[in-house]
Design a binder for this molecule. Structure first.
Ligand code: ADE
Length: 268
């Protein structure tokens, strides 16, 4: 088994296309109805996989990455709907913690709590998240990555993406009405973004004591135009942003747990 192997997960093909193109020495393995691509990215041993949409798909894929493919750390990149004030299309949100907004086992357990864990919020690995945050600031702090063409930049107003860090919420629903996003803001006022997989990845990584980090580019505002903005965004921007972010993270100079767990004293 590898000393350190990073599993990189996205939900849909457009989110990972750039990374797949950059992968070297790759071989494909079919397992549990998914295609895993094992290879190296900028010298790091990685496994790329599309988990599909939703929490069950994400949980099953995360388990396979850890148990079958020996991944010692996980990174999720993809898109999300913006919820927090000032979280705009084209911004990047790095998760400090994740929660399942559609989990409700009341009156047996408090709302959002994952039964028998005592937790509703699962925290991302702090060192990995710091590294991801730094990478995001490096890539996006100077404005929109140059790979995005001017027409697309203009269409989405992508001139100066902001990098946010905080709570991301997940559920098995695409949030596409203003009423639904308003309800989420009311019940979870500190939620910055909403998506459909992250909290499931976080729960499985918690079960297996595997460090993980998660970054989402905001594709829409989870409102009545969400489906239109989402479709356009993932085709033109999502893969470029994911590639730029992961490249900045995996540059050899970095020695945090996510990029090289073996390099950190006490790291896995
Ligand atoms: N992923 C991207 N946009 C989303 C939204 N509005 N709701 C849920 N998941 C999303």
């Amino acid at each position: 088994m590898n000393a350190s192997r990073l599993g990189i997960v996205s939900a849909i093909a457009q989110e990972q296309r750039g990374l797949l193109d950059a992968l070297e020495h790759s071989r494909r393995v079919r397992h549990g109805n998914r295609e895993y691509t094992v290879g190296t990215l900028w010298g790091r041993d990685v496994v790329l996989v599309l988990c599909g949409i939703g929490k069950v798909a994400a949980a099953a894929t995360t388990t396979s990455l850890i148990v079958e493919f020996g991944c010692t750390a996980l990174l999720f990149t993809g898109v999300a709907g913006g919820l927090g004030e000032g979280v705009a299309v084209g911004d990047v949100v790095i998760a400090d913690s994740l929660l399942q907004h559609d989990l409700d086992a009341r009156p047996l357990y408090p709302r959002y709590e994952v039964p028998d864990t005592g937790k509703s919020r699962f925290t991302a690995d702090a060192a990995s998240t710091d590294a991801l945050h730094t990478a995001a600031q490096t890539v996006f702090g100077a404005g929109c990555p140059p790979l995005i063409d001017p027409t697309t930049r203009h269409a989405f107003g992508l001139h100066a993406p902001r990098v946010h860090r905080g709570l991301i919420v997940s559920g098995d629903r695409f949030i596409s009405t203003r009423a639904d996003s308003e309800a989420l803001r009311q019940s979870l006022p500190d939620a910055l973004a909403v998506e459909m997989e992250g909290a499931a990845v976080a729960q499985v990584c918690h079960d297996y004591a595997t460090p993980f980090a998660l970054a989402r580019t905001i594709s829409d505002r989870a409102d009545d135009t969400a489906h239109i903005d989402f479709g356009r965004f993932i085709h033109t921007v999502a893969s470029v942003y994911s590639l730029a972010l992961v490249q900045a993270l995996l540059q050899p100079a970095r020695t945090d747990r996510l990029t090289d767990p073996a390099a950190t004293p006490g790291g896995r």
